[in-house]
Design a protein around this ligand. Structure first.
Ligand code: GLN
Ligand code: ZN
Length: 761
């Protein structure tokens, strides 16, 4: 049986790419240094897969920033504002699109389906002229070939590319990005032709939008695209899907596409696909790539269960028509368990990162071919058995408390408008209050202090002194800037989820389990392996210290249960909702401890609530119910005078606005400035929102410092649809990735904008 891997992490086992990118951006190293690091990483990955015995190894899954941006470069869809004049797209234009430049903001970025990966949204208009403008796919194929490794080049498919794009601001209202399909396909034909000429036999085309609920016109677009691509095609096409079940109608359409030789399905998230294949079958001559090894989690595969699935498929389709694969690209999991020195061996035996998953794929293929590696299989069985019965996983008291929760909806007793009035009595905030989202720049000095404390190089006393020093300077700065509701800056936090996970039972941490979030930014998701509980208060010490330094209100800063869940690797032996409720109980205790300690404004970040929304409509309502319930559990126990804030990193939530209202927070701050104020449309459509709301007035993902008029203008647009008494003025997210040289002028302008607007009311 053949083995295949959909894609592989590009950052490197120790985030080599991140460091190379950042030093290039800081002009400390040359383009050639960056290119060398990139090349070394690609080579190491290909060799690793070749040595493991993977039959179909992907290429062109490397990227300097993002695979969708690579596609924009491939087809030459550079928005006119970047001043590109044709020819091969170089690093300067590429990074201008990704990060903005001195005069132009970056392109919008948004979440890749329901993952925590962000892609750069293509901006298209009827004026867009496509032309092959990047030879990356071909050159990576050749690069591997020179090493003696035959690969399967991977492209983001043309229909998904258009469906994931947005209309340029200047485009007419009724413009549909899919209308560009005819002019886009010739570029794809050209790339496929060049890949064929270079010797490629198989090309993987990722069309993940195939798992969504698509209307007929979109299905037609797929039919048309693949029939046009098929004519005169010299390579075999693998159409790859992932992240959910493919709907039945879509499956029926896809298997009839003549140009498509193979289809890849996610059999981990897609629990119904197996039955679908058995029911409908697969036309003769076509191959099924069975994604049985989970690309989105870190658990060792249940090899026996996977063999059963593969054998089942082999019975239906014939062994030669089934290929063992990963459920999606492995870029959504950690890189290599080999580098984990701190995890104990029991825990480690339960896990598999990308490098281990590659071995699992090969072991499964071998087992089906009658070459079962007995040792590998028995080690796997022993690990699974120990995980099932370990006392580290199960805590009866927590399970009982979580079961109790089902008896209440956990709502606050008073309506939000009344609560806001009660809060204002002691907060005394001006109209259009200013605040920030939580973190302040994480300087190298700060990282050093945390690292040295972790490695026992400095004492606890020295550590506390250093962090308190940082908090006090952040507080002082905010007072100087005249911000109304302050934050302590989160200097003690490496990461908003890791910080809490480290203090909760049921979590463990890898040393190098990084996953790309956007560009060079990576996150190291905690691993939730057992029942969750909170042994002691987690933030009260720092928050009360910060409050003691100022008369202005200081926000207590917590991460909400849904975000902790969505940004962790979650146990797969109980429903996600169950784990969410356990975390909610722990955060509830923290909220109440903060209140008792005199903190009157508490922000519970639910940055990732939207991204956990299941892709298929049929599964969304139930998720929204339990996720919102989880949030309310945390906040329902405080007094009316305690102001609960929440923050979200996503404004594209027209579809879940009612859930957001149902969270019943007093104030919500949200990402806005990079999404063309999609949020405005929610309120234009008449949604009544009584709580405070702070749509970000500037983009913190870019180093660019916007002027105060620009920020004021954004707020004015909001004022046109919202009552002034509910509007807050704030950046769009935390400031941790920025530098003080950017933050100080940006916040100065932000406060100036708020003051200007107050005079206009
Ligand atoms: N409070 C967090 C911060 O400011 C929120 C980050 C986020 O939304 N991603 O860093
Ligand atoms: Zn955010």
């Amino acid at each position: 049986m053949t083995s295949h891997v959909v894609g592989y992490p590009r950052m490197g086992p120790k985030r080599e790419l991140k460091f190379a990118l950042e030093s290039f951006w800081d002009k400390k190293t040359a383009a050639s240094d960056l290119e060398k690091t990139a090349k070394d990483l690609r080579h190491a990955i290909w060799k690793e897969m070749a040595d493991a015995g993977v039959t179909l190894i992907p290429s062109n899954t490397f990227s300097y920033y993002d695979q969708v941006l690579d596609t924009t470069a491939l087809v030459g869809a550079v928005p006119p504002r970047y001043g590109w004049t044709g020819g091969e797209i170089g690093l300067d234009i590429y990074f201008s699109m990704a990060r903005g430049n001195a005069t132009q903001p970056a392109m919008e970025m948004t979440k890749w389906f329901d993952t925590n990966y962000h892609y750069i949204v293509p901006e298209l208009s009827p004026e867009t002229k496509f032309a092959l403008s990047s030879r990356k796919a071909v050159s990576e194929y050749k690069e591997a070939k020179e090493l003696g490794i035959e690969t399967v080049p991977v492209l983001v498919g043309p229909v998904s590319y258009l469906l994931l794009a947005k209309a340029d601001k200047a485009a007419p209202k009724n413009f549909n990005t899919l209308s560009l399909l005819d002019s886009l396909l010739p570029v794809y034909k050209q790339v496929l032709g060049e890949l064929e000429e270079a010797g490629a036999k198989f090309v993987q085309i990722d069309e993940p939008t195939l798992v969504l609920d698509l209307e007929a016109s979109k299905l037609e677009a797929f039919k048309k695209a693949y029939s046009i691509l098929g004519s005169g095609l010299g390579v075999k096409l693998l159409l790859e899907t992932y992240f959910a079940d493919i709907p039945e109608e879509t499956y029926k359409m896809v298997i009839e596409l003549e140009s498509v030789s193979a289809i890849g399905l996610d059999l981990v998230r897609g629990s119904k696909s197996l039955d679908l294949i058995k029911k409908i079958g697969l036309p003769a001559g076509k191959t099924l790539f069975a994604g049985v090894v989970d690309g989105r989690n870190v658990w060792a595969n249940d090899l026996v269960a996977s063999v059963a699935i593969l054998e089942d498929l082999a019975t239906t389709l014939g062994k030669e028509r089934v290929v063992v694969s990963t459920s999606c690209s492995l870029m959504h999991t950690a890189v290599d368990l080999k580098n984990e020195t701190k995890l104990d061996s029991e825990l480690k035996s339960w896990l598999a990162f990308a490098a281990q998953k590659v071995l699992e794929v090969v072991a499964l293929a071998n087992a089906i071919s009658g070459k079962k590696d007995e040792e590998f299989f028995s080690a796997n069985a022993a690990a699974l058995a120990s995980r099932r019965s370990s006392p580290r996983v199960h805590n009866k008291a927590v399970q009982e408390a979580a079961a109790e929760l089902k008896n209440s909806e956990h709502r606050r007793a008073t309506n939000v408008s009344i609560r806001l009035e009660e809060q204002q009595k002691h907060l005394n905030l001006p109209i259009l209050p200013t605040t920030t989202i939580g973190s302040f720049p994480q300087t190298p000095e700060l990282r050093r202090v945390r690292r040295e404390f972790k490695n026992n190089k400095i004492t606890e006393e020295e550590y506390v002194k250093a962090i308190q020093g940082e908090i006090s300077s952040v507080v002082k700065l905010q007072e100087e800037l005249d911000i109304d509701v302050l934050v302590h800056g989160e200097p003690e936090r490496n990461d908003m989820v890791e910080y809490f996970g480290e203090q909760l039972e049921g979590f463990c941490f890898s040393g190098n389990g990084w996953v790309q979030s956007y560009g060079s930014r990576c996150v190291k998701p905690p691993i939730i392996y057992g029942d969750v509980s909170r042994p002691k208060a987690m933030t009260v010490f720092w928050s009360t210290y910060a409050q003691s330094l100022t008369k202005r209100p200081m926000k207590g800063m917590l991460t909400g249960p849904v975000t902790i869940l969505n940004w962790s690797f979650v146990r797969d032996d109980q429903p996600r909702s169950e784990t969410c409720m356990q975390i909610a109980l722990a955060i509830k205790d923290e909220v109440e401890d903060l209140e008792a300690a005199g903190v009157t404004v508490i922000q519970i970040d639910e940055a990732a609530l939207r991204e956990g929304l299941p892709l298929r409509k049929s599964e969304q309502a139930s998720y929204q119910d339990w996720a919102v319930h989880g949030f309310r559990i945390t906040a329902c126990g405080v007094k009316d005078t305690t102001q609960i804030h929440t923050h979200m990193c996503y404004s594209n939530f027209n579809d879940i606005i009612h859930s957001i209202i149902d969270m019943d927070a007093d104030v919500i701050t949200i990402e806005n400035s990079r999404s063309d104020e999609k949020l405005l449309s929610v309120f234009r459509e008449g949604v009544v929102y009584g709580a405070g709301i702070g749509p970000g007035v500037y983009d913190i993902h870019s180093p660019r410092v916007p002027g105060f008029e620009e920020m004021a203008e954004r707020a004015r647009k909001m004022l046109a649809v919202l009552e002034s008494k509910v509007l807050w003025i704030n950046p769009d997210c935390g400031l941790k990735t920025r530098k003080y040289a950017e933050v100080v002028p940006a916040l100065t302008n932000m406060v100036k904008a708020a003051k200007q607007l107050r005079t206009e009311l």
